[in-house]
Design a binder for this molecule. Sequence first.
Ligand code: SF4
Length: 184
Amino acid sequence: MSCGKVDPKCPNCRLSKNRTKVVPGTGPCDAKIVFIGEAPGKDEDLKGQPFVGRAGKILDDALESAGVSRNRVRITNLVKCRPPKNRRPRKDETITCTSLYLDRELQEIAPEVVCALGQTVAKHFVGTRESMSKMVGKESQIIIAGRPTKFIIAYHPAACLYQRKNLSGFRASIRTALVAADMA
Ligand code: SF4
């Protein structure tokens, strides 16, 4: 079973200009939970895999501390190519890429829970203007493949690299998402 395929030569937005590799999602196609980050970073761009740098280690540690190994969850990004200088993906890039890839990836997997890592991802799905501290850990619903799907917002793990005070909140929100998926 395959899911979330991305054209390795995709030319469909300006992020194609500077990338080294496209970065498709990884993890089972029947995963109960999908974690979605904003965009690949430097390490991910070089390896063609999501969350393999320092932020990925923080996510792995949070999963492990909840007793869940990374290979049981799906990990992916809103956009599949690294934005220059790690800037936020622009709205047109996000709309183009999600309509080509992420929307289909989610429909193919049809998870029970989607966990948004960071504000950009949260806004893409639920358009909230609230601060992250008010949104983190709250459960709402989005529609995927025609059915209501639990939606939980966590900090982006990169936020914990520079503000260690976010680490306990990050881990708690990851655990909340895993509990919602009946995995922790
Ligand atoms: S970000 Fe998405 S739409 Fe843009 S070039 Fe990469 S794969 Fe294609």
